[in-house]
Write a protein that binds this ligand. Structure first.
Ligand SMILES: Cc1cc2nc3c(=O)[nH]c(=O)nc-3n(C[C@H](O)[C@H](O)[C@H](O)COP(=O)(O)O)c2cc1C
Length: 212
């Protein structure tokens, strides 16, 4: 008969949310989202495209490891996550939970989302794990949020955004408002991240809801 060791307890986190950082400007939004999901005690799956690593190097002082296990350790330490709360997956890690509808994850947020990844998602390319995860989210009717950052927008971008919306996805542009009078870049980042958390139905204190 198996003897249960009561001294060993594995912490249970809330349902996994997948976050993909792609090569649009504004990786700060995606990293802040990961931080908030960790604080909200969700398990977090993270994917970072090759172009996103390039943009991170250009836009920030942050040095993120490219290798998924090292990236998971880095994010765990950086954001004070619990053991096993953050898992990272590589470009062709087809054994990752997000590669299949049978994986027990709840939602995918592509933040920021390049116009290239937007286009690949709309046509169902599935050529890398981020595109495949978006494809799975659509077929399983799971929440899919794309946070594009581009300006101006071409007819191709606008057409793809409309198509994605009609497929059930959410286009949530990285377009911070000014009506809460942000006094810092952080406040502008938090404006967008608060909207994403609201979409996911996750309680947040980054920004009050209108009327509160
Ligand atoms: C510094 C830098 C900033 C970029 N900013 C944007 C951007 O704001 N929006 C966008 O759609 N693409 C942007 N790009 C281009 C994308 O990174 C490029 O199209 C890439 O192929 C996207 O690949 P991914 O979707 O696999 O991440 C930027 C590239 C660099 C190097």
């Amino acid at each position: 008969m198996a003897v249960r060791d009561e001294s060993i307890s594995v912490k249970q986190y809330r349902a996994p949310i997948a976050v993909a950082l792609t090569g649009a400007s504004g990786v700060q939004y995606g990293l802040r989202l990961v931080e908030c999901l960790i604080a909200a005690e969700h398990e977090v799956y993270v994917m970072v495209s090759k172009a996103a690593h390039r943009v991170i190097a250009v836009e920030t002082e942050i040095e993120l490891p490219a290798q998924p296990d090292r990236l998971a350790r880095d994010l765990t330490k950086r954001f004070g996550a619990g053991e096993g709360q953050v898992r990272c997956f590589g470009r062709e890690d087809w054994m990752a939970p997000v590669a299949s509808g049978s994986g027990a994850w709840q939602a995918l947020v592509v933040c920021p989302c390049s116009t290239g990844t937007l286009s690949a998602v709309v046509c169902g390319a599935s050529n890398n794990l981020i595109e495949r995860a978006a494809d799975v989210a659509l077929k399983e009717r799971r929440k899919l949020i794309l946070v594009p950052r581009e300006t101006p927008l071409s007819a191709v971008h606008l057409d793809n955004m409309l198509k994605l919306t009609n497929m059930g996805g959410v286009i949530l542009p990285a377009a911070p408002g000014f009506y809460h009078r942000p006094d810092s870049v952080q406040a502008m980042i938090d404006f967008v991240v608060a909207r994403i958390l609201n979409q996911l139905g996750i309680a947040q204190t980054l920004m009050p809801r209108w009327g509160d």
